[in-house]
Design a protein around this ligand. Structure first.
Ligand SMILES: Nc1ncnc2c1ncn2[C@@H]1O[C@H](COP(=O)(O)OP(=O)(O)OP(=O)(O)O)[C@@H](O)[C@H]1O
Ligand SMILES: [Mg+2]
Length: 272
């Protein structure tokens, strides 16, 4: 069985794409079969894995609109074990298209279900990650409805806890109405800075509020992490010995461990 995890936060620039690219790469290096879906028209996960957005034959948009199968959109990445369903600005049309269709919220779930049914069990991916755009529009709703769990990256900055409460409440609403089996994979603290009291205070506040729903691994601010996408590489290939690479590897181990424990129930209700 594949585990589908959306990396979401309606706030922009909090590290969703960086986490999508580096977590999926780290899990692939731990001998898992992984697919990353770039569900953001900005296509940053696509270019971050060295795929040219301008010369794509097929994108995730084609799989959503039934022009192609999901399988036929998949492209190799610099890491064996990781494939990407890429995106580019074609996906901008999806927000409007989905909002006019009765089943518009379920297009990604249907595309993935067809893919899982038509794939033999030994070829099924272990994990599918979805990089969401910075809004709670139709694309993010499609992602949440297709997912077993959500992973929320939170930037360690002022107002982080307030923002997190809002996201969990929005996701709870979607969960309540459309996907009661959704669980919370975890909250990931990103762009933390050991030298700043504010960053430490934010970490403490979020851990006090959400306890073991917060990953032990913390992603610290690092120039190497921010440089890697311009080389089309995940941090594990760009600078394998960096602290950023190690942090994402530790996060990958936590996510794999979560799966073994079947953990990740919704914070305020029992799981499905
Ligand atoms: N740990 C980090 N250290 C330094 N820079 C980082 C780190 N994580 C992310 N960044 C940088 O912060 C910026 C925003 O990160 P990213 O694109 O991952 O966020 P996002 O949430 O996907 O943004 P958007 O909402 O626009 O999709 C990028 O320039 C990225 O390189
Ligand atoms: Mg992004």
């Amino acid at each position: 069985m594949s585990r589908v995890i959306s990396i979401m936060n309606q706030k922009g620039g909090v590290g969703k794409t960086t986490t999508s690219v580096n977590l999926s790469s780290a899990i692939a290096t731990l001998n898992k079969n992984v697919i990353l879906i770039d569900l953001d028209p900005q296509g940053n996960a696509t270019s971050g894995l060295g795929v040219d957005k301008k010369t794509l034959d097929r994108t995730i948009f084609d799989a959503l609109t039934d022009e192609s199968t999901f399988l036929s959109t998949l492209l190799p990445t610099p890491l064996e074990g990781l494939r990407i369903s890429p995106s580019n600005s074609d996906l901008l049309a999806a927000e409007f298209h989905f909002s006019t269709q009765e089943q518009g919220k379920l297009y990604l779930k249907s595309a993935l279900s067809r893919f899982f049914w038509s794939t033999s069990s030994h070829e099924q991916p272990d994990f599918v990650f979805i990089d969401c755009p910075p809004s709670l529009g139709q694309l993010t709703i499609n992602a949440i409805l297709a997912s077993d769990a959500i992973l929320i990256p939170v930037q360690c900055e002022y107002y982080a806890l307030e923002g997190l409460t809002e996201i969990i409440s929005s996701a709870s609403m979607i969960r309540e109405n459309f996907n009661r089996c959704l669980s919370l994979e975890g909250i990931l603290l990103t762009m933390a800075d050991r030298r700043l009291n504010l960053s430490q205070q934010v970490e403490e506040d979020i851990r006090n509020a959400y306890g073991d729903k917060v990953f032990e691994s913390v992603i610290y601010r690092s120039v190497r992490i921010s440089e890697a996408p311009s080389h089309g590489l995940p941090i594990l290939l760009y600078d394998p010995n960096s602290s950023g690479a190690l942090s994402y590897l530790n996060l990958a181990k936590e996510v794999i461990e979560n799966e073994k424990k079947s953990a990740g129930a919704w914070p305020f209700r029992s799981s499905c």
